[in-house]
Write a protein that binds this ligand. Structure first.
Ligand code: 3PG
Ligand code: MG
Length: 399
């Protein structure tokens, strides 16, 4: 890989230089209180920011949070993230209340060597995500003005062709940060020559998000275990009734084709937990997949499925897991995700957890992060990497 790294930049010396760091500080926020519910992505970028601080750089951090529509929207402010980043760094983070406006300019101008600034949400500006090259380029010019060099440490966003990810590195000397390097190193083990059996567990709600990765993985994996909301479209494709469970009707045929072509590699649930409503206190029962009542919806995989999946995982030498098995945020529907996570930690395998949600699930369920080989900060990014797609953020660093 012809990518320059943070160590190359540090070797040149960064004392007194302004270094623009693209981070992925897109952390989940509590729906009620707005508090940061999982700070894993903030902690993941500390090694890069810490090294730059240590070396006396003026560190200008930028990120997106959520999906605001190209204009300021207070619920997506990075303000709380600045506070948490400061706590973790043990030094205040100077927060700019806009991204490229007066506040950003004065905040960056006021930085002393070794200090850190965080700009307001990149997506408060239409230019960040614009499909129009010129509009994106104009915003990238404004951002690039804050740095003498650029570090990409936003692994979770490398699959986005956005100004801060794709266009800024074309304007500044650019290197990959520690997190991006580590993620690429680990994921390339999975696309290279993984030790077998290689077992992949996919969950989450939408099949349509995962189709491309399923297609790409089928020839490579030994087993593909499917749970989560998306399993119901596969069950439907097998001719089963799924009640009021999540169903992507226009995907049923595609799922049927995948099952046919999978050569028996795909394992689906044999039992599920069904409930009367999508609510934490809903009445619920475990049923066989051929006995889902028409008025109930499946919110987790059942214990027999967990046992079957766990047996497959216990044989594995390499494991990739993306997507929760059920609505793990509700204790009544968390057993499936917990069971699979525990089976992964018990397996004598190199295991990678991909995805914001699965990584958050690991921490929310109180599991020991260190018992996994690697917990990726990228959801879509890790899936697209495994699909073998060219990632705009990585391509931009290669040039
Ligand atoms: C993510 O959470 O997947 C990344 O931060 C990218 O966010 P996005 O899907 O809104 O582009
Ligand atoms: Mg995403």
């Amino acid at each position: 890989m012809s990518i320059r790294t943070l160590d190359d930049l540090l070797a040149e010396g960064v004392a007194g230089r302004r270094v623009l760091v693209r981070a992925d500080l897109n952390v989940p926020l509590d729906k009620q209180t707005g508090a940061i519910s999982d700070d894993g992505r903030i902690r993941a970028v500390l090694p890069t920011i810490g090294a730059l601080v240590e070396a006396g750089a003026k560190v200008v951090v930028c990120s997106h949070l959520g999906r605001p529509k190209g204009a300021p929207d207070p619920q997506f402010s990075l303000g709380p993230v600045a506070g948490r980043l400061g706590e973790l760094l043990g030094a205040p983070v100077h927060f700019a209340t806009d991204t490229v406006g007066d506040s950003a300019h004065s905040t960056v101008a006021g930085l002393a060597d070794g200090q850190v600034a965080l700009l307001e949400n990149l997506r408060f500006n239409a230019g960040e995500t614009s499909k129009d090259e010129a509009e994106r380029g104009a915003f990238a010019d404004q951002l690039a003005a804050f740095g003498d060099a650029y570090v990409d440490d936003a692994f979770g966003a490398v699959h986005r062709k956005h100004a801060s990810v794709y266009d800024v590195p074309a304007r500044l000397p650019h290197v990959a940060g520690r997190l991006v390097l580590r993620e690429v190193e680990v994921l390339s083990k999975l696309t290279g020559d993984p030790e077998r059996p290689y077992v992949v567990v996919l969950g989450g709600s939408k099949v349509s998000d995962k189709l491309a990765v399923i297609e790409a993985l089928l020839p490579t994996v030994d087993r593909l275990l499917i749970g989560g909301g998306m399993c119901f479209t596969f069950l439907k494709a097998q001719g089963l009734e799924v009640g009021t469970s999540l169903l992507e009707k226009d995907m049923v045929e595609t799922c049927g084709n995948l099952l046919e072509r999978s050569g028996g590699k795909i394992m689906l649930p044999v039992d599920v937990v069904v409930a009367d409503a999508f609510a934490p206190d809903a009445t619920h029962d475990t049923v066989r997949v051929d006995g889902i009542p028409s008025h109930r919806l499946g919110l987790d995989i059942g214990p027999e499925t967990v046992a079957g999946f766990a047996a497959a995982l216990s044989q594995a030498k390499t494991i990739f897991w993306n997507g929760p098995m059920g609505v793990f945020e509700m204790p009544a529907f968390a057993a499936g995700t917990r069971g699979i996570a525990e089976a992964i930690t018990k397996a004598d395998a190199f295991s990678v957890v991909g995805g914001g949600d699965s990584a958050a699930a690991v921490r929310a369920l109180g599991l020991d992060e260190s018992s996994f080989g690697h917990i990726s900060t990228g959801g879509g990014a890790s899936l697209e990497y495994l699909e073998g797609k060219a990632l705009p953020g990585i391509a931009a660093l290669e040039n």
